[in-house]
Design a protein around this ligand. Structure first.
Ligand code: COA
Length: 178
């Protein structure tokens, strides 16, 4: 269960106290204060209802918050993803992009979801122009399963990740040995 430590990160649940940080993170990526506030409220409700939710990545060295990995039931609104499928997404603070934070956090959180939470599979959607996010889905082993439309109506590619056949539940993902 959380927190999980990876080589560079500590991954822990999103909390009410992350509000200002989340607003700033969304603003830096073109999102509004309302988007961030709604995301936080919905994520905390999801955590209460389902026992898991969004995950914050902090640097092990110094504790700065650098990313959020969104983990939630998709709900209505994305063409190509069923409401009860569990969606994963990621947002990294601009100053920390390009050094593998999204990949490291997404790999650990997806492993946690499949192995510890027992979720059968995860889905993600990516706009074709988002080359960085497309690389993240590939690097964590997601497979493209088709195309669809985002909640805002944009064309997206849909990816899926299933627990490898034969991998036991209960294996803790995280730091690479050695
Ligand atoms: C997408 C995002 C999460 C990537 O975060 P990141 O921490 O920079 O990603 P990583 O450093 O783990 O890089 C993953 C891969 O993408 C590549 N990459 C990073 N930026 C890239 C860019 N602008 N164009 C092409 N590839 C890029 C990296 O080189 C790496 O691939 P490699 O290992 O083969 O070299 C980050 O840019 C972000 O928060 N963007 C805004 C929000 C967003 O788009 N979220 C995803 C919605 S689906």
């Amino acid at each position: 269960m959380l927190p999980i430590e990876t080589d560079r990160l500590i991954l822990r649940p999103l909390e009410v106290g992350d509000r200002d940080w989340l607003v700033a993170l969304y603003a830096a990526s073109g999102g509004s204060r309302d988007d961030a506030a709604r995301e936080l409220t919905e994520a905390l409700e999801h955590e209460r209802a389902h026992g898991y939710g969004h995950v914050v990545a902090e640097l092990r060295d110094g504790g700065e918050r650098v990313a959020v990995v969104e983990l939630h039931r998709a709900g209505e609104g994305v063409v190509g993803i069923a409401p009860d499928e569990v969606e994963i997404g990621w947002l990294v603070a601009p100053a920390h992009r390009g050094v593998g934070v999204a990949t490291e956090a997404a790999r650990a959180v997806s492993g946690f979801a499949l192995d510890q939470l027992g979720i059968e599979h995860l889905v993600a959607y990516v706009r074709p122009a988002n080359a960085a996010s497309r690389r993240v889905v590939e690097k964590i082993g997601m497979r493209r399963r088709g195309s669809g439309r985002s909640r805002s109506g944009a064309e997206v590619e849909i990816f899926e990740l299933r627990r490898p056949v034969g991998r036991r539940r209960g294996v803790t993902p995280g730091r690479t040995p050695g």
